[in-house]
Design a protein around this ligand. Structure first.
Ligand code: GLC
Length: 561
């Protein structure tokens, strides 16, 4: 069970009500994709009851907080990122009362809780959008409706594309079938974008933040935080062929968005203890990302370049150094993440030949399926990458199942795929279901303990070999991935926290060395063993070889202290 460690930067971080507000600067946050975490009622879908029952796993692992993906009422056109009511809980997941119980239980266990707020768009089942389609002018003004271009307005209002593929506009039709205006959806057609120039939208999100803050929620992850404000007039993007996400676009990362977060920060700061934010913002540089982290804006933002970095020492190092420098400029911590519910799991990413530059993740999913992954190598590298991530200064996010070493499930039957990416890409991109497969809790049973015995099948099938990766199989095995994460989190607390100093001393090609205080982290991405610095070994991702050498695709923490 959890030891009585002092929490990061906090005088009494085991009691969230009184703790120092800086806890988020060095926290490790566990991401719960609730549909796939644990099912308590046997319908094959994870739920709040399942999460409550499995909180001891998170306590045992030693994380500081959890982030829960959207659990609001939703038609699930995009796994809950299509929200029909921001201030309630999806009935398939439980009730508001269950959510309040969960908050109380998590806090009692010393875990803080972050929710996921989705401000760029709602669901087409949101009452406002229904009113808009029914013709209410006030409701239409909360979304982005525009006449089409071309003869009879049959062409979309501009050339923007949905992030999931296809046009970012859908045409509306009157009850008698007459075509009308178009509405904007940067994601699925079931996710109409809000118009953030409308004060009613701003006010409603303030209500939502307060609603959950008043119930004790410790903060929010902000979904597509870089999308809310669009360039006035909605001009064409005119992207050059082959432009990737780093190309400037009138729908993304507009300067006007920062004003919204200044208001949100004032609200978060008005609570005791202050509430916190982490932004999901896919922007073109660490510099642009740091703008979201200015002292009167958001607290943290995911550093996705780290996640996109291939298993190459030079790139891992340059991405980390650049991110640390950009965040330091605004006094913010960096936020490291290797996997989440949107990207192929890193065991699998590292199991294929590594590119020369940071990955384009959409292209990866579309084009990698022909190459058989070497999962044993991927897992070795994933274990090593965890030791790198957890040693870097700042906060780190652990996506459910990465602590078990789960890989991307790439062979799901097409008929079971639920991610809208699959359909919207014209069936060329398999989408994100492969990283959302329900967790294995026990080595036996039809759903590997995901659902209670006698229940229906999990909403996505688990690979049979995950029986060997189940929580109860790994828990007492000192060589397991789970034990590695648990050990790393404990040693991080004992040796690494509270130290801002970080240096990257020169190292041999293919080797990354990171120094923090007395601890040296050596990451060997080469195919040959390398020597470790003198000192005591704290932890290694794999047993050391002859003469105490660090084997290929491995990492170790040593200390001179
Ligand atoms: C974010 C979420 C992703 C979702 C999208 C639209 O990128 O992480 O899962 O599909 O926003 O809400």
């Amino acid at each position: 069970m959890r030891d009585s460690r002092p929490a990061p930067g906090a005088t009494d971080a085991r009691d969230p009500a009184t703790a120092d507000t800086g806890w988020w600067r060095e926290a490790v946050v566990y991401q719960v994709y609730v549909r796939s975490f644990a099912d308590s009622d046997g319908d094959g879908l994870g739920d709040v009851g399942g999460l409550r029952a499995r909180l001891p796993h998170l306590v045992d692992l030693g994380v500081d907080a959890l982030w829960i993906n959207p659990w609001y009422p939703s038609p699930m056109a995009d796994g809950g990122y299509d929200v029909a009511d921001y201030r309630d809980v999806e009935p398939a997941f439980g009730t508001l009362a269950d959510a309040e119980e969960l908050l109380a239980e998590a806090h009692a266990a010393g875990l803080r809780v972050l929710l996921d707020v989705v401000p760029n768009h709602s669901s087409d089942a949101h009452p406002w959008f229904r009113e808009a389609l029914a013709g209410s002018a006030a409701a239409r003004a909360r979304f982005v409706f525009r006449p089409g271009r071309g003869p009879a307005g049959a062409e979309p209002p501009n050339d923007w594309e949905s992030a999931f593929g296809g046009p970012a506009w859908t045409r509306t039709h009157a009850a008698d079938g007459t075509p009308g205006d178009w509405y904007l959806h940067l994601f699925a057609p079931g996710q109409p974008d809000f118009d953030w120039t409308n004060p009613e939208v701003r006010e409603d999100f303030v209500r939502t933040l307060r609603f959950w803050f008043d119930r004790g929620v410790d903060g929010f992850r902000i979904d597509v935080a870089h999308g809310l404000v669009k360039t006035e007039g909605l001009p064409d993007a005119d992207l050059p062929p082959g432009a990737d996400r780093s190309h400037p676009h009138p729908a993304w990362d507009q300067d006007g968005v920062h004003e919204i977060y200044r208001e949100w920060r004032r609200i978060a700061d008005s609570y005791d203890p202050p509430r916190v934010f982490v932004a999901e913002a896919w922007v073109r540089s660490s510099e642009r990302l740091a703008d979201y982290l200015r002292p009167d804006e958001l607290h943290t933002a995911f550093q996705f370049d780290f996640l996109r970095a291939p298993w190459r020492a030079d790139l891992l190092r340059s991405v980390a150094e650049e991110a640390l420098a950009a965040a330091a400029r605004v006094g913010a911590p960096s936020t490291w993440v290797l996997s989440n519910h949107d990207v192929p799991r890193h065991v699998t990413r590292y199991a294929r030949p590594q590119p020369e530059a940071v990955l384009d993740l959409d292209a990866y999913r579309e084009h990698s399926s022909g190459q058989v992954p070497d999962l044993a190598t991927g897992l070795r590298r994933a274990r090593a990458a965890a030791l790198l991530m957890l040693a870097l200064p700042g906060t780190a996010y652990v996506y459910q199942g990465e602590e078990l070493g789960l890989e991307e499930v790439e062979d799901l039957p097409d008929a079971l795929r639920q991610d809208p990416v699959w359909v919207q890409s014209g069936f060329t991109d398999p989408g994100r279901d492969g990283c959302r497969v329900p967790l294995p809790w026990t080595g036996e049973g039809p759903s590997l303990g995901f659902s209670p015995s006698g229940a229906g099948r999990p909403w996505l099938p688990q690979p049979p070999h995950w029986a060997g990766l189940a929580v109860d199989v790994q828990r007492d095995d000192p060589a397991s991935v789970l034990s590695l994460y648990r050990d790393a989190l404990r040693l991080r607390r004992e040796h690494l926290l509270g130290r801002d100093d970080v240096a990257f001393p020169p190292a041999a090609p293919g080797v990354l060395v990171l120094r923090r205080g007395d601890v040296e982290v050596t990451v060997n991405t080469t195919a040959e063993p390398v020597a470790l610095p003198a000192g005591r070994l704290l932890l290694a991702s794999t047993p050391l070889g002859d003469g105490g050498l660090l084997p290929a695709d491995a990492a170790a923490w040593t200390t001179r202290g």
